[in-house]
Design a protein around this ligand. Structure first.
Ligand code: SF4
Length: 228
């Protein structure tokens, strides 16, 4: 799925953690092109589209993709039942929300019922991710929910990892907590858009930074680690 120019020009929920660690991360990635392969990212996109369209399992030819879909749907079902019981909320998939014009995020799954919302983010490939209670991307998505839905008081969030054990981790946020975190994200975004933002190297942010191969700060950091 192609991202619009407006979306490309601004931060997204998935980039806020790296931007909080290195203020230069966003502009560096705007300026330089990713040099590694994109096979994993492309496969992840296909699996997200399968969930967005709820492709029936018997119509998914690839075994890994089918397993991914089956486990993801099971995990979603368990999580949403814990939040809503047997009641059904309004479900949206891949809806994009904005925080003013500062940053945006696309929510893989969202179900709303009264003052409660359940959101989920799929990590459809193998590999480990920060569990829900400490996951900044999930937190950013929850902030988008309260920003755009004034009636919502609680956001229940799940990180769905179909190839991990357990296949999901969860967290509950209150509106008050998210409003405080929203202030922090505003600061992160403003620093990221500022002139000559600081370059702060580190494993988490540099790993997926397109500028890694030309970044003098990352290079100095690497050499200082080697020469210790
Ligand atoms: S390579 Fe690391 S230090 Fe350099 S801009 Fe990217 S994230 Fe920041």
């Amino acid at each position: 799925m192609e991202r619009s120019e407006k979306v490309q020009a601004k931060l997204s929920a998935s980039k806020l953690e790296a931007s909080s660690l290195c203020p230069a991360y966003f502009q560096a990635n705007q300026r330089f092109t990713w040099q590694g392969d994109r096979d994993s990212a492309n496969e992840g996109t296909i699996r997200h589209e399968i969930e967005e369209n709820q492709v029936p399992l018997d119509k998914i030819d690839d075994d890994e993709r089918r397993k991914c879909a089956y486990r993801s749907r099971l995990a979603i079902q368990e999580c949403r039942e814990k939040v809503f019981g047997s009641e059904d909320g309004v479900i949206t998939r891949e809806e994009r929300y904005w925080y003013e014009d500062l940053w945006s995020g696309q929510l893989d799954y969202m179900e709303a019922l009264g003052v409660n919302v359940f959101i989920a983010d799929y990590k459809t490939l193998h590999g480990s991710h920060t569990p829900a209670p400490n996951n900044i991307q999930l937190l950013a998505q929850a902030v988008l929910v309260i920003k755009n839905h004034p009636e919502v008081e609680n956001v229940f969030a799940a990180l769905i990892e179909p190839f991990n054990d357990p296949t999901y981790t969860t967290v509950k946020y209150t509106r008050k907590f998210l409003e405080e975190k929203a202030m922090w994200f505003e600061e992160v975004a403003k620093r990221a858009y500022s002139k000559d933002p600081d370059q702060v190297p580190g494993g988490k942010q540099c790993k997926w930074c397109s500028a890694l191969y030309v970044c003098s700060s990352a290079r100095s950091h690497l050499l200082s680690c080697i020469n210790k």
